[in-house]
Design a binder for this molecule. Structure first.
Ligand code: PLP
Length: 397
């Protein structure tokens, strides 16, 4: 491409689209390499292939490599790796970078399975973690120990939407010789680029907004070449690389991420405001709202109200029969244990991601039986508002 200043939305469409090392190098869509191995005709070819080309699918695959180029471009990092899932990306990275005796400080508002990694899996390998409330940075400073090697947070915590102060967390991590790892799943690089704000490692569950079509599972890690080159051999040993077909599906979905996310983020801000004004909604958590306690921090991190996230949560009265009635009356947002798709989806944290926690602990995090998490799709915002408004009428006494 000529050295000109193109818009990122345009450049995105041309990243990772050239088939390297093949005779046919300009197909309009990237081909699916549904092969487990590439053939070679002589030992000198084999030796050459082991140095720089594709040999076996667990080691390397063109679809994964093309996708990693797109992810590095989006996240603004040196290199990326594609994994079988978001959890594969998280666990493989931790297995690479942490040793027995190391310590991790993690936000206590965190995705349920990441919580389990910190509290159940890492201790098996002699790695301890402290989960503290990152809203108050003095908690983070106090939790850091001489053996702290990593600080971990999601840009927006699930489901309360607390914002991670990435520059401040990066400073605490770096002052103590630790790495800052940030989960960008709820936000994506269209909303925020954590590496530009000081993070060392960014993880995405690409299963969600990155793919956007709710039809494939994948994860990514973006970081420096040094860190990625260290994770690569561990990914081979743990067998967590992304399947070529899933990577190909992601490559297909990610081409429209700029269009999708801009609409989803703007829709979420519009819907958050409408829900806040609805008499039957007790509370709405979306960083664009002036009532949101970290609204000013959110504006610093995300720049504008409609470029924050397509996610929000809201609270209705704790009447479980009426809650069922409300869900049945909704035409569009149906319950699904995922997020980031084209269509709006609802989730009820108390019966899913937070079901294993004592009620008292959940309430401290603001997670009550009346809370719904909503992933806002690309439907027309007016249709979504009308649909929620009619369904919420069930709470009328
Ligand atoms: C914030 C966050 N991080 C990580 C994950 C794990 O991703 P995956 O399901 O692709 O393993 C999820 C899954 O919902 C998530 O919401």
């Amino acid at each position: 491409m000529n050295e000109q200043n193109f818009s990122p939305a345009t450049e995105l469409l041309y990243k990772g689209r050239v088939v390297k090392g093949m005779d046919f190098n300009k197909p309009e869509a990237f081909p699916l390499f549904a092969v487990t191995a590439f053939t070679m005709n002589s030992l000198s070819e084999v030796r050459e292939a082991y140095k720089s080309k594709y040999t076996y699918v667990r080691t390397g695959n063109p679809d994964r490599d093309a996708l990693s180029e797109v992810v590095s471009f989006l996240e603004g990092g040196e290199k990326s790796l594609i994994f079988s899932s978001g959890m594969g990306a998280i666990t493989t990275t931790m297995m690479t970078l942490l040793q027995p005796g190391d310590h991790v400080v993690c936000n206590r508002n965190i995705y349920g399975e990441t919580f389990d990694v910190m509290t159940k899996l890492l201790p098996k390998f002699g790695i301890q973690s402290d989960l503290v409330d990152f809203d108050d940075l003095s908690n983070v400073k106090k939790a850091v120990k001489p053996n702290t090697k990593m600080i971990y947070a999601e840009v927006l915590a699930n489901p309360s939407m607390n914002v991670a102060d990435i520059p401040a967390l990066a400073k605490i991590a770096h002052d103590n010789g630790a790495l800052l790892m940030i989960d960008n799943t709820f936000t994506t690089a269209i909303a925020v680029k954590p590496i530009a704000l000081g993070a060392d490692i960014v993880i995405n569950s690409m299963t969600k907004f990155m793919n956007g079509h709710s039809d494939a599972i994948c994860g990514s890690i973006t970081s420096t070449a040094e860190i990625i080159d260290a994770i690569h051999p561990v990914r081979m040993l743990t067998g967590t690389p992304g399947d070529p077909f899933a990577a190909w599906m992601m490559l297909r979905g990610i081409g429209t991420i700029d269009l999708r996310l801009k609409k989803q983020m703007a829709n979420a801000a519009i819907l958050a405001k409408a829900l806040e004004n609805n008499p039957y909604v007790l509370k709405v958590n979306h960083p664009s709202l002036e009532s949101f306690p970290q609204h000013d921090l959110a504006l610093k991190i995300f720049k504008s109200n409609d470029t924050m996230t397509g996610m929000l949560s809201f609270v209705v009265p704790e009447d479980m029969d009426k809650i069922d009635e409300f869900m049945l009356k909704l035409n569009f947002a149906h319950y699904a244990t995922t997020l980031g798709g084209l269509r709006s989806t609802l989730n009820h944290p108390v019966t899913s991601s937070h079901s294993h926690m004592p009620d008292e602990d959940r309430r401290k995090m603001g997670v009550t039986p009346g809370m719904f998490r909503l992933s806002v799709g690309i439907e027309d915002a007016e249709d979504l508002i009308a649909d929620f408004t009619q369904a919420l009428e069930v709470f009328k006494k």
